[in-house]
Design a protein around this ligand. Structure first.
Ligand SMILES: CC(C)(COP(=O)(O)OP(=O)(O)OC[C@H]1O[C@@H](n2cnc3c(N)ncnc32)[C@H](O)[C@@H]1OP(=O)(O)O)[C@@H](O)C(=O)NCCC(=O)NCCS
Length: 149
């Protein structure tokens, strides 16, 4: 018996915004910020074309990841897969789509921020060879009017 793929990965476009935000709102471990407004997301996708992806099963979004780069390093964010579709390798396909596309642009090293409380994600990244940085503290500064997250 042949096994047909239950999902496929395609590039994310701004038309996916509502679906992605819906997933973010219902997924513990992922936070929704001002930076996730429709305008900000569209600007991000325009600045980083072809570097964000969604997973689709039965015409519905079941996962996503966004990535970009600053010319030197890649940055991944918003990796999530619906609970009903986890443990099938969807996240790994999404991440590989980002890393492969970043590599084609000459970006070989990428970072991701993970909440201290998100032990599921920490297990996921550490199981795939991502190194926890203990030598760096990330500092953020918010100009008046920006959000604090
Ligand atoms: C972290 C997260 C994205 C992983 O998604 P996922 O699609 O389940 O990930 P994968 O399927 O690629 O891998 C998960 C596990 O399934 C296993 N797996 C992969 N393919 C499999 C298959 N065909 N059959 C059985 N198991 C499989 C993997 O080995 C992995 O196991 P391990 O972590 O114990 O080594 C998902 O749990 C999630 O959305 N979490 C909430 C949001 C979040 O925290 N995001 C990260 C923010 S930094």
């Amino acid at each position: 018996m042949t096994h047909l793929p239950t999902h496929h990965i395609r590039q994310m476009s701004i038309a996916d915004y509502e679906g992605v935000i819906g997933m973010m709102r219902s997924t513990p471990g992922v936070s929704f910020r001002d930076a996730d407004s429709r305008d900000s997301t569209e600007r991000y996708l325009l600045r980083n074309p072809g570097l964000s992806f969604v997973a689709v099963a039965s015409d519905a979004l079941v996962g996503c990841v966004m990535s970009g780069h600053d010319g030197r390093r890649g940055y991944l964010q918003h990796l999530m897969v619906l609970p009903s579709h986890r443990n099938q390798g969807i996240a790994s396909s999404l991440v590989e789509s980002c890393l492969g596309s970043l590599e084609s642009l000459g970006i070989l090293k990428s970072h991701i921020d993970v909440f201290q409380t998100n032990t599921l994600a920490q297990h996921y990244w550490e199981g795939r060879g991502w190194k926890l940085r203990t030598d760096i503290r990330r500092y953020s500064f918010v100009r008046s009017g920006g959000d604090s997250a």
